[in-house]
Design a protein around this ligand. Structure first.
Ligand code: NI
Length: 168
């Protein structure tokens, strides 16, 4: 297993739209394993393939306290979303150190495939619902800071670029 490099905002590759997975093969399962390893190492609760510069619709999530409940969503689709919204403070491995409130539907029904090509559907609440929507956004080339005001986005962009320069 390999820990992959995570792209950092405002890297333009984070805005690429991912393509659906068509073949459920060993290469896909290796990608899922490497993404899980990368997420746990970070550590984080979710990771989209886009964030490791692989533009396929693959997400890994683990919202458990014990970090042993890996959930894999391939070609995920939200088939139902509650009208009622919930506000959560979100963060992102591609925007380290930034936490901001975002409002999203509180409950979503998600249809997806596992890494063996088996389709499933789940109702997600709370942190899992937030996480799935946040990660699907990544697959659509959207980073959570894009829900914030222009002013805040500019401030975050400058801050990230400055810390990249300092790290270089
Ligand atoms: Ni993220």
């Amino acid at each position: 297993m390999t820990v992959l490099k995570i792209l950092r905002y405002p890297d333009p590759r984070l805005h690429q739209v991912a393509r659906p997975v068509e073949v459920f093969d060993d290469a896909l399962r290796t990608l899922v394993k490497d993404m899980a390893e990368t997420m746990y190492a970070a550590p984080g609760v979710g990771l989209a393939a886009t964030q490791v510069d692989v533009h396929q619709r693959v997400i890994v999530i683990d919202v458990s306290e014990t970090k042993d409940q890996l959930q894999v969503f391939i070609n995920p689709q939200i088939v139902k979303a509650s009208a009622e919204g919930r506000i959560y403070e979100e963060g992102c491995l591609s925007v380290p150190g930034i936490y901001e409130e975002v409002e999203r539907p509180g409950v979503v029904r998600v249809r997806a495939f596992d890494e063996n090509g088996k389709q499933f559907e789940i109702d997600a609440h709370d942190l899992l619902a937030v996480c799935i929507q946040h990660e699907i956004d990544h697959l659509d080339g959207r980073v959570f800071v894009q829900y914030l005001s222009r002013l805040k986005q500019n401030r975050i962009r400058s801050k990230m670029l400055k810390s990249d320069r300092e790290a270089a």
